[in-house]
Design a protein around this ligand. Structure first.
Ligand SMILES: [Zn+2]
Length: 593
């Protein structure tokens, strides 16, 4: 006996076997039972959701010797021929490989002849959006005046590309992506019947990988059986399809929500090194944060979550730690990254940057929180609060808005006692932010490592700033990483494949722009070195923030005489400025006296 692929062997033969598309099959069954069959249908839906399977069942239902009937017998010659693809009355055309007008003319001519066996001639045109304009026009003529014995089923994954004139002549059905749990159930039944030992986690992983397509899930099971055998567990599925494990996703999402950047970098390094597909990772994270949003807005709508109960519990815990405005920002950043990922030279760098930006969006103060803080600050100074706090639904601020707010609150006078008052918070004072380091002092290894971490966390913003001064430089820097920070040098590393980006950055204009931005960011003058990374270079995944380094630094800083400080460093000594920077998670970018 020849081996038959599972997708074929388990192709649904009755309307009731089509999984997840009851809204379509029920309507078709009724139409057949009540003899109200339209002459043309358009099936729209993602790949592998059952469009052609439904079309074939529909053809059997019409041409079965016991029909037309909503439950074709699968025994008669007509049914069997259709199942084997040998029926003269059911013609399947793949528009993707037959785009030309000639083919459609043949079809039109052929349609005039009466069917060979059954009452109807049924044309199934798959991927109909691929037809040429000429072919569409030829098809349109047939659709306008079809012979009574002709039925059309057009199928497409891309309805936008099907002309409206075709749309208007068809009855349209939208086949949905099939939910993960439904796919897992269905694949589980097939596995059982095939004598495959597979656990629930592995089934869910297959379903996740199939992205709503039953056929893809069945093919995946097929592949797994041939690669691994008849005992399949989750790690097998993950490794074969380059998927991240559910727990890795949970950890990564958790790190984003809590703003744990070192953890994000470490996780991405692990996933990248174990060969996970970065594009899939971003898609899955998007799905994850969508579920977090559902937990926030509709905590009782567990159906919409489409994940098992245990995972939903974890998700709800995470949702409780954040706010919808922040999660929406994360979704925005990830959507943007997903669009660019296809063209990215270094996917890992892009994903890392996107997640770090997401982490900052998740933890940066929102506008209502800022206003609350401002009012509290005002109250502590003896003034009555004036600005009303907006509803929690207010959108989170952009960075420039925060900057403006920060500027507006910066003291106009350098009066020390006013500054002291401002600096005395009503309750538990926050820890002092890390002050700038004077160029003369030699920084400790720990401090430099912390700076490298900070540089890495702000890398995207910094490259953007460079791009404002030296257009294109930001693009070259997207392929780079801050590799080493020394007291007077910063080394920027490029992967060997981006040697041309390195060469471009070495041009004096680009180098100078980067040097200016980094010197300003580090509050001291640094020279820039570029290098191609090799295996001896540690990646920022190894970065850990040293504990209590800010205290150590503060002590050192107070020993530096006032005259030796830059204007920025002097301002940083102002408690009010420090307090404002801390409150807004900000940094000084400009001083106007
Ligand atoms: Zn039959």
């Amino acid at each position: 006996m020849t081996y038959q692929v599972l997708a074929r062997k388990w192709r649904p033969q009755q309307f009731d076997d089509v999984v997840g598309q009851e809204h379509v099959t029920r309507t078709l069954k009724n139409a057949i039972a009540e003899n109200r069959v339209a002459h043309a249908y358009l099936f729209v839906g993602p790949r592998g959701t059952g469009k052609t399977s439904t079309a074939r069942i529909f053809a059997k239902a019409l041409n079965c010797e016991k029909g037309p009937t909503p439950t074709p017998c699968d025994q008669c010659d007509a049914c069997r021929e259709i199942m084997n693809g040998t029926s003269m009355d059911v013609l399947e055309i793949d528009a993707a490989s037959n785009t030309g007008v000639d083919h459609v003319r043949d079809l039109r001519d052929n349609a005039r002849y009466t069917p060979v066996r059954g009452p109807f001639k049924i044309y199934v045109i798959d991927e109909v959006h691929m037809l040429s304009t000429g072919a569409f026009n030829a098809l349109l003529k047939t659709l306008e005046e079809p012979p009574a014995h002709v039925k059309f089923v057009l199928a497409t994954t891309d309805p936008q590309k099907v002309p409206p004139t075709i749309h208007s002549r068809c009855q349209r059905f939208d086949l949905r992506r099939i939910s993960t749990t439904v796919i897992a159930d269905s694949i589980g039944k097939i596995a059982k019947a095939e004598g495959v030992d597979i656990d629930q986690d592995a089934l869910l992983a297959i379903a996740r990988g199939a992205e709503g397509g039953m056929r893809d899930a069945q093919s995946a099971l097929d592949q797994l059986i041939s690669f691994i055998g008849k005992k399949i567990r989750e790690p097998d599925v993950l490794s074969v399809f380059g998927l991240a494990s559910r727990s890795a996703l949970e950890d990564l999402a958790g790190a984003v929500l809590t703003g744990d950047i070192p953890q994000i970098i470490q996780r991405i390094t692990e996933l990248d090194e174990s060969g996970k597909d970065m594009q899939r990772l971003v898609i899955e994270l998007l799905e994850y944060f969508r579920n977090v949003l559902i937990c926030m807005y509709a905590p009782d709508a567990s159906d919409a979550l489409d994940i098992p109960e245990a995972q939903a519990t974890k998700l709800k815990e995470q949702a409780a730690t954040s706010s919808p405005g922040r999660v929406l920002q994360i979704v925005q950043i990830l959507t943007d990254a997903e669009g660019r990922l296809r063209y990215a030279l270094s996917r890992r760098t892009l994903v890392e940057t996107a997640l770090i930006r997401s982490a900052r969006a998740a933890t940066v103060a929102s506008i209502d929180e800022i206003l609350k803080e401002l009012n509290a600050l005002k109250a502590s100074l003896g003034g009555a609060p004036s600005a009303p706090v907006p509803s929690p639904a207010a959108p989170a601020p952009t960075r420039t808005e925060e900057k403006k707010a920060a500027d507006a609150t910066a003291p106009k006078k350098k009066s020390a006692d006013v500054a002291e008052k401002v600096a005395t918070p009503p309750a538990s004072p926050p820890p002092a932010p890390s002050p700038p380091s004077p160029a003369s002092a030699k920084l400790s290894g720990e401090e430099l490592e912390a700076e490298r971490h900070r540089l890495y966390a702000h890398w995207h913003d910094l490259t953007e700033q460079v791009g404002h001064v030296a257009p294109m430089a930001d693009k070259y820097l997207m392929d780079a990483k801050p590799l080493r920070v020394e007291t007077q040098h910063v080394t920027i590393g490029f992967d060997p494949e981006f040697e041309s980006s390195k060469e471009n950055m070495e041009m004096s204009r680009n180098r100078a722009a980067l040097q200016r931005v980094l010197s300003r960011f580090l509050h001291r003058d640094v020279a820039i070195d570029f290098k191609i990374m090799d295996s001896s270079d540690t990646l920022p995944g190894d970065i850990k923030l040293p504990e209590g380094h800010s205290h150590a630094k503060k002590k050192e800083e107070t020993n530096v005489p006032m005259e030796a400080l830059t204007a920025e460093q002097k301002w940083m000594r102002e408690p009010a400025v420090n307090r404002t920077l801390e409150m807004f998670n900000g940094e000084i970018i400009d001083i106007r006296e």
